[in-house]
Design a protein around this ligand. Structure first.
Ligand SMILES: Cc1cc2nc3c(=O)[nH]c(=O)nc-3n(C[C@H](O)[C@H](O)[C@H](O)COP(=O)(O)OP(=O)(O)OC[C@H]3O[C@@H](n4cnc5c(N)ncnc54)[C@H](O)[C@@H]3O)c2cc1C
Length: 439
């Protein structure tokens, strides 16, 4: 059977649908929300190189602009470190609604059918294999493959039977709970010297806040995010602090304001089972330090489509689908899992260390540029060590960082080297090693 059901029509589901339909599969995408409610009403950053990487043309000019350079502010708020990036190296900032409309058009032109306002109630399973889905209205849809792009709290992944061997629920502490709100900029307020300010471990709490001047310069784009939980009290307090430093934050809300969750952990250890595959946030494909997930999820969609288009044996068998996970971990997931270790260290370490590293320029501009673009590990290991060595006056910190880098390198190696073929027992051992660093 060549039928594929995709759950979720945000950019990961739509991109995969296009790739799979191009490869000749019969693809139906089911999305619980209405078309114009799926994507956020703002811009988010994405590496331009993702488009050629996945074989898509560059999107039309009117649906993206260029991201601006960031200014980083450590917990003490004693300095503002502006990190200028040359214009041509800045990522795209995608207007998410038109971006989704463009992806939907590509997917439907390739032959995929996208059904909005159509919730998937549950997955149909026979003999330990996914065989389709049941829609909320009771309709049964047969499928050889169910691709779960249902997001961080995918209800389908959350209710998988244990014998699928896939971790069902995410630990809330592995999520970044955020409120992003656009406040109208009060008339007459001066254009800020730094347009994109990121407050690291803002107010000494586990998370970040940012205040950006919106692209039309009419609003302040304010994000407040904390790990695990964002109480109203914390939000109010953080907003008041941002207001003190950013007069562009007015009182009137233009858009946004809902509480959202982003996975910020290492990728899920098992992404596939017979007739079932996870793609995007449902498999925790975001960069743990930044929460960016569009590029990795779209690249994963390309890998999965290629693996089923040129299968070894049954395209939808776990043995064949495993090739997708192996490739994903080698090319993207291993790096993300090492970055997760760095994120955990940053959260755990004394705020004074973060102040020291940023304030004294030990975490240098190159590192911040790479980190803000999600390319942390493009820097070679010796580069990272030599960067840390410049902080020699703080031997304690140097030793801590050296130990961290050693562990990150080991994690990178484990995560990138999954067993050659699908083998349940070998995978059990790999999974234990892979998850050890996070227990
Ligand atoms: C404030 C904020 C800022 C961000 N900034 C960036 C950024 O700058 N760059 C970046 O790359 N990423 C960013 N991200 C992350 C990015 O939004 C996600 O990584 C990405 O949208 C994940 O896409 P997805 O398709 O995997 O899942 P989702 O976007 O979560 O979409 C899942 C879809 O599945 C649907 N669904 C769920 N269950 C069912 C069901 N039972 N039946 C039918 N449909 C169902 C949902 O309605 C939803 O539309 C940001 C996220 C937030 C919240």
């Amino acid at each position: 059977m060549k039928n594929i059901v995709v759950i979720g029509a945000n950019q990961c589901g739509l991109a995969f649908a296009k790739f799979a339909a191009d490869a000749g599969f019969d693809v139906n995408v089911y999305e619980a929300k209405q078309r114009d409610e799926v994507a956020y009403n703002w811009t988010d950053d994405m590496m331009e190189e993702t488009f050629p990487q996945v074989g898509l043309p560059l999107p039309p000019e009117e649906i993206h602009t260029r991201k601006r350079s960031w200014t980083f502010i450590p917990p003490s708020q004693s300095v503002k470190v502006f990190v200028p990036v040359p214009e041509e190296e800045l990522d795209f900032a995608m207007y998410r609604r038109p971006f989704n409309a463009w992806l939907e058009e590509l997917a439907t032109k390739a032959g995929a059918k996208v059904h909005f306002g159509t919730k998937v109630d549950r997955m149909l399973i026979e003999g330990g294999k996914a065989v389709g889905v049941m829609l909320a209205d009771g309709t049964k849809v047969d499928a050889g493959l169910v691709v779960d792009c249902g997001g961080v709290n995918s209800p389908i992944r959350n209710s998988l039977p244990d014998d699928f061997g896939i971790e069902q629920r995410i630990d809330p502490n592995d999520t970044f709970v955020v409120r992003r709100t656009f406040f109208r900029r009060p008339e007459g307020t001066k254009r800020p010297e730094f347009t994109n300010c990121a407050y690291l471990k803002h107010l000494g709490e586990n998370g970040i806040s940012w205040c950006l001047l919106s692209y039309d310069e009419q609003a302040a784009d304010v994000l407040i995010g904390r790990l695990g939980k964002l109480t109203d009290a914390r939000y109010t307090n953080a907003l008041a602090d941002l207001r003190r430093d950013n007069p562009i934050i007015g009182k009137e809300i233009v858009t946004g304001g809902e509480l959202l969750q982003i996975p910020v952990r290492h990728p899920i250890a098992t992404m596939v089972s017979n007739g079932y595959a996870l793609v995007g946030d449902s498999a925790y494909m975001t960069i743990p330090m930044l929460g960016s997930g569009m590029a990795a999820g779209m690249r994963a969609g390309r890998m999965l489509a290629d693996v089923i288009a040129e299968p070894i044996g049954d395209p939808f068998s776990v043995e064949n689908l495993y090739r997708y996970q192996k490739q994903y971990m080698k090319e993207i997931g291993a790096e993300h899992s090492a970055i997760n270790m760095m994120k955990n260290w940053l959260l755990k370490t004394d705020d004074r260390n973060v102040d020291f590293l940023i304030g004294k320029g030990i975490v240098n501009k190159k590192m911040l540029v790479e980190a803000s673009a999600g390319h942390m590990l493009r820097m070679t290991f010796p580069e990272l060590v030599s960067t840390a060595l410049r902080g020699i006056k703080r031997l304690d910190l140097l030793l801590e960082l050296a130990a961290l880098m050693g562990k990150m390198e080991k994690q990178l190696d484990i995560a990138a080297n999954m067993p050659e073929q699908y083998d349940k027992e070998a995978l059990k051992v790999w999974r234990q090693n892979y998850e050890k660093a996070f227990q």
